[in-house]
Ligand binder design. Structure first.
Ligand code: DON
Length: 598
């Protein structure tokens, strides 16, 4: 399947958007947002008028064209949404190795056509030998060992989770859903995307011989159009096809991981791998203006933090206040600020610490938080909780959304945390290990790589799952029917980005294209800043927010990149069920993904 879809750097991006996704044509979009005279800022990168991708029999939206096609092929072969999601996830591990993974973890939300909802937790775990202060030097300062190298890796969960989801809900034989990933690992044509991410990460990758040997053959980033062969990964996937997860957690692949750990001074052992299991959790579900939102419960902070924010925001009529007006952004930022303060302090692995779950979901909590919001003045975060300043957002996770002809829906967010994780490839196995240990508070009260200042409850501990922001989400309409499937990468910004995709539809009447294209804002309590995307707010809005007392910061677009839009946050994959039961979907152009239907 040869294709090279270059998404040019701004401003060529504007011209390219309509061509990003087949079926997309300019000028045909209809939505309550446009009918009411809604418009994006004139400087903004993405247009409001491409037509969504439409379908009747199913849809797959991912960040990568190969992966989307794998999912669609599985649906066409009679697979259900879970089959397609599992196959897509394994394909992403091959073609999108900066984020797709066997060596990381994630979360999967499933809503079956009968309305039952499931939350699958395949988050990484800290190894048995992990200790609270393992990332501090002798002087008590945080080192980079939670970010780079062997110690940064948690025990991978993706393989167990994908297998378990398929075991429980899949309809095609396991071998059939694994095979497309094997085929891709046996050679696929290098895309601009792979080149771009490898160029960005090559210095880190060079630090590890086995990593460079696979991903920088001849010490070079592969060229677009080269065939990229991953024989070791193909062998791992073949054993996965034939032996299930036993090979990964107890067999030859487990031995390769343990050997890599010994060689590089890591601490994941055969016992850690043997003990790993993914878990089914009770979904975090809440009401937003009559719609029901289902998302991930802890150890993801996503569902509960979204619930807290939504319950506060609901006190104001955002639709009437208008999309991205100073008033609406102010209410959102004040709500984000308060909910993130509580997220950062209270949430962690529920198997290790007691969590105030009811409080996050309760009206009383929202009442008291909302009552403290002034419409005239931003509350400094220092008055909500103690403060610190640091923020960094890079997008290295990935999300995919799937729906089948029967109405089964799956939302998955998966990650190795940073791009290419800790940059360590397991020698002989050809996949990167995560650096998700950095999602713990290496030193409570000190910011991690996303600038999140987290508390004691999320300190490192053996066999503990680190707190996540990943928020795969499924929304039902007020009649209880499937309505939206959404999710995004973006570290700390995941929660606010997913919520804005939902607010854009429910409050502002946007269609899927507009809801994805619309510029986003973010606040995470600390640092005390309202972030907005590059060229995402008009100067008048920024000034109005500043007059309310907000410190407002435009994201830096950074150097031109051949593939990724700079200064942007998120990579939303959004599918909507229309009143007539058909599907409309859109893949975020910020990273050049693809939604396809059938
Ligand atoms: O679980 C989390 O919240 C992070 N490991 C997600 C990382 C991510 O989204 C990377 N992209 N910014």
């Amino acid at each position: 399947m040869p294709f090279h879809r270059r998404v040019p750097w701004l401003p060529l991006f504007l011209l390219a958007v309509a061509g990003c996704q087949p079926d997309a044509a300019r000028g045909g979009a209809e939505s309550a947002f446009l009918e009411a005279g809604g418009a994006f800022p004139s400087e903004w990168t993405f247009a409001a008028d491409p037509r969504p991708v439409t379908a009747t029999e199913g849809m797959v939206a991912t960040t990568d064209e190969y992966a989307t096609r794998v999912g669609i092929d599985i649906l066409a072969a009679g697979g259900n949404a879970v089959d397609a999601a599992v196959a897509t996830g394994l394909a992403l591990a091959v073609v999108n190795p900066e984020a797709g993974n066997l060596g990381g973890g994630g979360f999967m939300m499933i809503r079956l056509a009968d309305g039952t909802v499931y939350a699958q937790d395949h988050r990484e775990k800290a190894p048995l030998a992990a200790t609270r202060d393992m990332y501090l030097d002798a002087g008590g300062t945080v080192t980079d060992r939670s970010v780079v190298g062997h110690l940064a890796a948690g025990v991978p969960g993706s393989v167990h989770g994908l297998w378990e989801a398929h075991r429980r809900f899949g309809s095609l034989p396991w071998a059939e859903v694994v095979q497309p990933a094997i085929d891709l690992a046996e050679g696929f044509e290098v895309t601009v995307r792979l080149v771009s991410t490898l160029e960005a990460a090559q210095n880190g990758i060079r630090g590890f011989e086995a990593s460079a040997a696979v991903f920088l053959p001849g010490d070079q980033v592969p060229a677009v159009g080269d065939t990229f062969f991953q024989p070791d990964l193909a062998a791992v996937l073949t054993r996965l096809r034939d032996q299930g997860p036993d090979d990964f957690y107890r067999g030859e692949t487990a031995a390769l991981i343990a050997a890599e750990m010994e060689r590089g001074g890591g601490i994941i052992t055969l016992e850690d791998l043997d003990r790993y299991t993914s878990l089914w959790r009770e979904p975090a579900s809440f009401d937003y203006r009559g719609y029901t939102v289902h998302s991930m419960p802890p150890p993801s902070s996503g569902g509960l933090t979204m619930a807290a924010i939504a319950n506060i925001v609901e006190r104001w009529d955002l639709g009437t206040m208008g999309w991205n007006t100073p008033g609406t952004i102010h209410v959102m930022a004040e709500s984000f600020r308060r909910a993130y303060a509580d997220r950062n302090e209270y949430l962690a692995d529920p198997d290790f610490v007691e969590l105030p779950v009811e409080q996050f979901l309760s009206d009383d909590y929202a009442d008291s938080r909302a009552a403290a919001i002034s419409l005239e003045r931003a509350t400094p975060s220092a008055e909500v909780a103690p403060g610190i300043d640091a923020f960094l957002d890079e997008s290295h996770t990935t999300h995919y959304s799937v729906v089948d002809a029967g109405g089964n829906a799956v939302a998955v967010t998966t990650s190795v945390n940073s791009w290419y994780g800790g940059k360590v490839v397991v020698d002989g196995a050809g996949f990167f290990l995560n650096n998700t240990m950095d999602d713990f508070a290496a030193k409570p009260g000190t910011p991690n790589q996303f600038g999140l200042v987290q508390g004691e409850r999320n300190a490192v501990g053996p066999e503990k799952r680190m707190l996540s922001a990943m928020s795969p989400t499924i929304v039902e309409d007020p009649d209880g029917n499937l309505f939206l499937i959404t999710g995004t990468p973006g570290g700390a910004t995941i929660i606010t980005t997913v919520l804005q995709s939902i607010f854009n539809v429910i409050d502002h009447g946007m269609n899927v294209v507009q809801a994805v294209h619309a510029p986003r804002v973010h606040h995470q309590h600390l640092p005390d800043l309202v972030f907005y995307e590059y060229r995402g707010l008009p100067a008048t809005t920024v000034q109005a927010l500043e007059a309310l007392g907000h410190t407002v910061r435009e994201r830096d677009p950074g150097p031109p990149d051949a593939y990724f839009a700079g200064g942007m946050s998120g990579d939303v994959q959004l599918i909507m069920v229309m009143p007539d039961g058909t599907y409309e979907g859109w893949s975020d152009p910020r990273r050049g993904g693809l939604a396809l239907g059938r």
